[in-house]
Write a protein that binds this ligand. Structure first.
Ligand code: HPA
Length: 301
Protein backbone atom coordinates (compact mmCIF):
# COMPACT_ATOMS: atom_id res chain seq x y z
CA UNK A 1 0.00 0.00 0.00
CA UNK A 2 1.46 3.31 -1.02
CA UNK A 3 0.44 6.46 0.78
CA UNK A 4 -0.40 8.96 -1.92
CA UNK A 5 -1.64 11.83 0.13
CA UNK A 6 -0.49 13.44 3.34
CA UNK A 7 -3.19 13.66 5.96
CA UNK A 8 -4.14 17.17 6.90
CA UNK A 9 -4.94 16.88 10.58
CA UNK A 10 -7.77 19.03 11.82
CA UNK A 11 -8.33 19.85 15.50
CA UNK A 12 -11.19 17.35 15.63
CA UNK A 13 -9.18 14.42 14.27
CA UNK A 14 -8.14 13.42 17.77
CA UNK A 15 -10.04 13.69 20.98
CA UNK A 16 -13.55 14.73 21.74
CA UNK A 17 -15.86 17.10 19.97
CA UNK A 18 -16.75 20.38 21.54
CA UNK A 19 -19.71 22.54 20.95
CA UNK A 20 -19.24 26.07 19.78
CA UNK A 21 -21.30 28.88 18.39
CA UNK A 22 -21.65 27.73 14.87
CA UNK A 23 -23.25 28.45 11.54
CA UNK A 24 -26.66 27.73 12.97
CA UNK A 25 -27.73 31.29 13.68
CA UNK A 26 -25.52 31.50 16.76
CA UNK A 27 -27.19 28.43 18.33
CA UNK A 28 -24.70 26.09 19.96
CA UNK A 29 -23.90 23.36 17.51
CA UNK A 30 -21.34 20.57 17.74
CA UNK A 31 -18.27 20.80 15.54
CA UNK A 32 -19.19 17.37 14.22
CA UNK A 33 -22.72 18.37 13.23
CA UNK A 34 -21.49 21.61 11.73
CA UNK A 35 -19.03 19.67 9.59
CA UNK A 36 -21.78 17.30 8.49
CA UNK A 37 -24.04 20.21 7.61
CA UNK A 38 -21.27 21.86 5.60
CA UNK A 39 -20.90 18.63 3.58
CA UNK A 40 -24.67 18.39 3.14
CA UNK A 41 -24.95 22.02 2.02
CA UNK A 42 -22.36 21.29 -0.66
CA UNK A 43 -24.36 18.20 -1.69
CA UNK A 44 -27.51 20.27 -1.98
CA UNK A 45 -25.66 22.85 -4.06
CA UNK A 46 -24.80 20.27 -6.74
CA UNK A 47 -27.87 18.00 -6.80
CA UNK A 48 -31.41 17.54 -5.51
CA UNK A 49 -31.22 13.74 -5.85
CA UNK A 50 -32.73 11.89 -2.86
CA UNK A 51 -31.42 8.31 -2.55
CA UNK A 52 -33.33 5.68 -0.57
CA UNK A 53 -30.56 3.07 -0.37
CA UNK A 54 -26.86 3.58 0.34
CA UNK A 55 -24.28 1.04 -0.80
CA UNK A 56 -20.65 1.06 0.35
CA UNK A 57 -18.44 -0.87 -2.04
CA UNK A 58 -15.66 -3.00 -0.58
CA UNK A 59 -12.70 -4.62 -2.32
CA UNK A 60 -13.65 -6.26 -5.60
CA UNK A 61 -16.71 -4.12 -6.20
CA UNK A 62 -14.84 -1.16 -7.70
CA UNK A 63 -16.44 -1.73 -11.11
CA UNK A 64 -19.97 -1.60 -9.72
CA UNK A 65 -21.05 1.48 -11.70
CA UNK A 66 -21.99 -0.68 -14.70
CA UNK A 67 -24.84 -2.18 -12.66
CA UNK A 68 -26.59 1.12 -12.16
CA UNK A 69 -27.89 4.07 -14.10
CA UNK A 70 -25.57 6.80 -12.90
CA UNK A 71 -27.12 10.28 -12.91
CA UNK A 72 -24.40 12.15 -11.06
CA UNK A 73 -20.92 11.64 -9.64
CA UNK A 74 -19.48 13.60 -6.74
CA UNK A 75 -15.74 13.14 -6.05
CA UNK A 76 -15.10 13.08 -2.29
CA UNK A 77 -12.37 15.65 -2.77
CA UNK A 78 -14.96 18.23 -3.91
CA UNK A 79 -16.87 18.02 -0.62
CA UNK A 80 -15.49 20.45 1.98
CA UNK A 81 -13.95 18.63 4.96
CA UNK A 82 -14.82 15.19 3.60
CA UNK A 83 -12.29 12.41 4.41
CA UNK A 84 -10.41 11.22 1.33
CA UNK A 85 -8.71 7.83 1.16
CA UNK A 86 -4.92 7.78 1.27
CA UNK A 87 -4.68 4.22 -0.06
CA UNK A 88 -3.60 3.92 -3.67
CA UNK A 89 -6.32 2.64 -5.98
CA UNK A 90 -9.13 3.83 -3.67
CA UNK A 91 -10.19 6.84 -5.70
CA UNK A 92 -13.29 7.99 -3.93
CA UNK A 93 -16.59 9.28 -5.18
CA UNK A 94 -20.32 9.10 -4.65
CA UNK A 95 -22.33 7.68 -7.54
CA UNK A 96 -25.95 8.79 -7.53
CA UNK A 97 -28.49 6.99 -9.65
CA UNK A 98 -30.80 4.01 -9.94
CA UNK A 99 -30.27 0.34 -9.19
CA UNK A 100 -33.28 -1.09 -10.98
CA UNK A 101 -35.90 1.49 -9.97
CA UNK A 102 -34.36 2.16 -6.58
CA UNK A 103 -32.77 5.58 -6.08
CA UNK A 104 -29.38 4.86 -4.58
CA UNK A 105 -26.13 6.46 -3.52
CA UNK A 106 -23.08 4.27 -3.99
CA UNK A 107 -19.77 4.91 -2.27
CA UNK A 108 -16.87 3.94 -4.48
CA UNK A 109 -14.10 3.90 -1.91
CA UNK A 110 -14.24 4.37 1.86
CA UNK A 111 -11.77 5.62 4.43
CA UNK A 112 -10.47 3.36 7.17
CA UNK A 113 -9.48 4.03 10.77
CA UNK A 114 -5.95 2.78 10.04
CA UNK A 115 -5.41 5.70 7.68
CA UNK A 116 -5.28 7.97 10.71
CA UNK A 117 -8.73 9.48 10.58
CA UNK A 118 -10.82 9.67 13.73
CA UNK A 119 -13.75 7.27 13.97
CA UNK A 120 -16.02 10.30 13.62
CA UNK A 121 -14.48 11.05 10.25
CA UNK A 122 -14.60 7.40 9.19
CA UNK A 123 -18.38 7.41 9.68
CA UNK A 124 -18.99 10.93 8.35
CA UNK A 125 -19.87 9.51 4.89
CA UNK A 126 -22.48 7.23 6.47
CA UNK A 127 -24.01 10.18 8.28
CA UNK A 128 -23.94 12.29 5.16
CA UNK A 129 -25.86 9.56 3.32
CA UNK A 130 -28.46 9.74 6.11
CA UNK A 131 -28.74 13.48 5.46
CA UNK A 132 -29.13 12.75 1.74
CA UNK A 133 -32.15 10.64 2.65
CA UNK A 134 -31.16 6.97 2.80
CA UNK A 135 -33.33 4.58 4.82
CA UNK A 136 -31.24 1.46 4.16
CA UNK A 137 -27.45 0.97 4.14
CA UNK A 138 -25.91 -2.03 2.35
CA UNK A 139 -22.34 -2.66 3.52
CA UNK A 140 -19.83 -4.77 1.63
CA UNK A 141 -16.22 -5.70 2.32
CA UNK A 142 -13.53 -8.33 1.99
CA UNK A 143 -12.55 -10.23 5.11
CA UNK A 144 -10.50 -13.08 6.49
CA UNK A 145 -12.47 -16.25 7.17
CA UNK A 146 -12.29 -17.66 10.69
CA UNK A 147 -15.19 -20.11 10.91
CA UNK A 148 -14.45 -23.78 10.22
CA UNK A 149 -15.87 -24.74 6.85
CA UNK A 150 -15.49 -21.30 5.29
CA UNK A 151 -13.50 -21.26 2.08
CA UNK A 152 -11.68 -18.56 0.17
CA UNK A 153 -14.15 -16.94 -2.22
CA UNK A 154 -17.22 -17.61 -0.04
CA UNK A 155 -19.75 -14.88 0.63
CA UNK A 156 -20.84 -14.33 4.22
CA UNK A 157 -23.99 -12.44 5.08
CA UNK A 158 -23.21 -10.49 8.24
CA UNK A 159 -25.68 -11.41 11.00
CA UNK A 160 -24.02 -9.53 13.87
CA UNK A 161 -20.73 -7.91 14.71
CA UNK A 162 -17.99 -7.41 17.30
CA UNK A 163 -16.65 -3.87 17.35
CA UNK A 164 -15.10 -3.98 20.82
CA UNK A 165 -11.56 -3.82 19.39
CA UNK A 166 -12.05 -0.41 17.77
CA UNK A 167 -13.24 2.83 19.39
CA UNK A 168 -16.95 3.51 19.08
CA UNK A 169 -17.72 6.16 16.46
CA UNK A 170 -20.35 7.44 18.90
CA UNK A 171 -17.80 8.55 21.53
CA UNK A 172 -17.94 12.27 22.23
CA UNK A 173 -20.83 14.63 22.50
CA UNK A 174 -24.00 13.02 21.18
CA UNK A 175 -25.42 14.72 18.14
CA UNK A 176 -29.10 14.48 18.98
CA UNK A 177 -30.05 15.45 15.42
CA UNK A 178 -28.60 12.06 14.39
CA UNK A 179 -29.69 9.76 17.19
CA UNK A 180 -29.90 9.08 20.89
CA UNK A 181 -27.04 8.96 23.41
CA UNK A 182 -27.37 5.26 24.25
CA UNK A 183 -28.65 3.54 21.10
CA UNK A 184 -29.77 -0.07 21.20
CA UNK A 185 -27.61 -2.49 19.17
CA UNK A 186 -29.67 -5.67 19.54
CA UNK A 187 -30.51 -5.88 15.85
CA UNK A 188 -27.72 -4.06 14.03
CA UNK A 189 -28.39 -6.13 10.91
CA UNK A 190 -32.05 -5.92 9.96
CA UNK A 191 -33.84 -9.30 10.13
CA UNK A 192 -36.11 -8.53 7.14
CA UNK A 193 -33.15 -7.42 5.01
CA UNK A 194 -31.30 -10.60 6.00
CA UNK A 195 -34.27 -12.63 4.78
CA UNK A 196 -34.28 -10.68 1.53
CA UNK A 197 -30.58 -11.49 0.99
CA UNK A 198 -31.18 -15.18 1.78
CA UNK A 199 -34.07 -15.38 -0.69
CA UNK A 200 -32.20 -13.49 -3.39
CA UNK A 201 -29.12 -15.69 -3.02
CA UNK A 202 -31.29 -18.78 -3.33
CA UNK A 203 -33.10 -17.45 -6.40
CA UNK A 204 -29.83 -16.42 -8.04
CA UNK A 205 -28.25 -19.74 -7.13
CA UNK A 206 -25.43 -18.06 -5.22
CA UNK A 207 -24.21 -19.93 -2.14
CA UNK A 208 -24.02 -17.75 0.94
CA UNK A 209 -22.65 -18.36 4.41
CA UNK A 210 -23.71 -16.41 7.49
CA UNK A 211 -21.74 -15.18 10.44
CA UNK A 212 -20.38 -12.59 12.84
CA UNK A 213 -17.97 -9.96 11.53
CA UNK A 214 -15.25 -8.60 13.82
CA UNK A 215 -13.56 -5.28 13.08
CA UNK A 216 -9.93 -4.65 13.98
CA UNK A 217 -8.10 -1.36 13.60
CA UNK A 218 -5.65 -2.76 11.02
CA UNK A 219 -3.58 -1.98 9.07
CA UNK A 220 -1.63 -5.09 10.04
CA UNK A 221 -3.16 -8.48 9.52
CA UNK A 222 -3.66 -10.43 12.72
CA UNK A 223 -1.37 -12.91 14.44
CA UNK A 224 -2.53 -16.55 14.63
CA UNK A 225 -2.98 -16.15 18.41
CA UNK A 226 -5.26 -13.16 17.86
CA UNK A 227 -7.33 -15.15 15.40
CA UNK A 228 -7.69 -17.99 17.92
CA UNK A 229 -8.87 -15.40 20.46
CA UNK A 230 -11.38 -13.90 18.01
CA UNK A 231 -12.67 -17.38 17.18
CA UNK A 232 -13.15 -18.09 20.88
CA UNK A 233 -15.07 -14.81 21.19
CA UNK A 234 -17.51 -15.82 18.48
CA UNK A 235 -16.13 -14.12 15.36
CA UNK A 236 -16.57 -15.86 12.01
CA UNK A 237 -14.71 -13.33 9.85
CA UNK A 238 -12.32 -10.45 10.48
CA UNK A 239 -11.77 -7.19 8.64
CA UNK A 240 -10.78 -3.55 9.02
CA UNK A 241 -14.02 -1.71 8.24
CA UNK A 242 -17.82 -1.95 8.32
CA UNK A 243 -18.73 -2.48 11.99
CA UNK A 244 -18.21 1.20 12.82
CA UNK A 245 -20.28 2.23 9.79
CA UNK A 246 -23.06 -0.18 10.80
CA UNK A 247 -23.05 1.25 14.32
CA UNK A 248 -23.22 4.87 13.13
CA UNK A 249 -26.01 3.92 10.74
CA UNK A 250 -28.06 2.23 13.47
CA UNK A 251 -27.52 5.22 15.73
CA UNK A 252 -29.09 7.32 12.97
CA UNK A 253 -32.03 4.93 12.53
CA UNK A 254 -30.90 3.48 9.20
CA UNK A 255 -31.72 -0.18 8.49
CA UNK A 256 -28.49 -2.08 7.81
CA UNK A 257 -27.42 -5.20 5.95
CA UNK A 258 -24.03 -6.45 4.84
CA UNK A 259 -22.16 -9.08 2.88
CA UNK A 260 -18.50 -9.95 3.17
CA UNK A 261 -16.38 -11.73 0.58
CA UNK A 262 -14.02 -14.15 2.30
CA UNK A 263 -10.85 -13.19 0.46
CA UNK A 264 -8.49 -15.34 2.51
CA UNK A 265 -8.49 -17.62 5.51
CA UNK A 266 -7.41 -15.62 8.55
CA UNK A 267 -3.90 -15.77 9.92
CA UNK A 268 -2.74 -19.21 11.01
CA UNK A 269 -5.66 -21.01 9.36
CA UNK A 270 -3.84 -21.73 6.12
CA UNK A 271 -0.22 -22.00 5.01
CA UNK A 272 -0.48 -18.80 2.97
CA UNK A 273 1.02 -15.53 4.15
CA UNK A 274 -1.45 -12.68 3.93
CA UNK A 275 -1.16 -9.83 1.45
CA UNK A 276 -3.39 -6.95 0.40
CA UNK A 277 -2.83 -7.86 -3.26
CA UNK A 278 -4.09 -11.41 -2.72
CA UNK A 279 -7.14 -10.05 -0.88
CA UNK A 280 -7.94 -7.81 -3.84
CA UNK A 281 -7.27 -10.56 -6.39
CA UNK A 282 -9.77 -12.96 -4.76
CA UNK A 283 -12.37 -10.21 -4.31
CA UNK A 284 -11.94 -9.21 -7.97
CA UNK A 285 -12.38 -12.82 -9.06
CA UNK A 286 -15.69 -13.05 -7.18
CA UNK A 287 -16.94 -9.64 -8.30
CA UNK A 288 -19.42 -11.01 -10.89
CA UNK A 289 -21.49 -12.99 -8.39
CA UNK A 290 -21.00 -10.35 -5.69
CA UNK A 291 -22.34 -7.58 -7.93
CA UNK A 292 -25.28 -9.74 -9.03
CA UNK A 293 -26.24 -10.66 -5.46
CA UNK A 294 -26.03 -7.04 -4.29
CA UNK A 295 -27.90 -5.66 -7.32
CA UNK A 296 -30.71 -8.21 -7.29
CA UNK A 297 -31.18 -7.66 -3.56
CA UNK A 298 -31.30 -3.88 -3.81
CA UNK A 299 -33.71 -4.02 -6.74
CA UNK A 300 -36.26 -5.54 -4.35
CA UNK A 301 -35.76 -3.01 -1.57
N1 HPA B 1 -7.76 -9.67 8.32
C1 HPA B 1 -8.19 -8.40 8.41
N2 HPA B 1 -8.76 -7.77 7.40
C2 HPA B 1 -8.91 -8.43 6.24
C3 HPA B 1 -8.49 -9.74 6.09
C4 HPA B 1 -7.88 -10.41 7.19
O1 HPA B 1 -7.48 -11.58 7.13
N3 HPA B 1 -8.78 -10.11 4.81
C5 HPA B 1 -9.37 -9.03 4.23
N4 HPA B 1 -9.45 -8.02 5.09
Amino acid sequence: MKITQKLKLEPWHHGYYNTRKGLNGGKRMSVLYEKLETCYKYYQSVTDFVPRVGLILGSGLGGYAKNMKVEKEIPYGDIPGFPVSTVQGHDGKFLLGYIGDVPAVVMKGRVHYYEGYSMQDVVLPTRLMKRMGIEILFLTNASGGIKKGFQVGDFMMITDQISSFVPSPLIGENVSELGERFPDMTHIYDPDLMNLIRKTAERENIAIQEGVYLQTTGPNFESPAEIRMYAALGADAVGMSTACEAMAARHAGIRVCGISCISNMASGLSDEELSHLDVQAVADKRSGDFERLVTKTIEQM
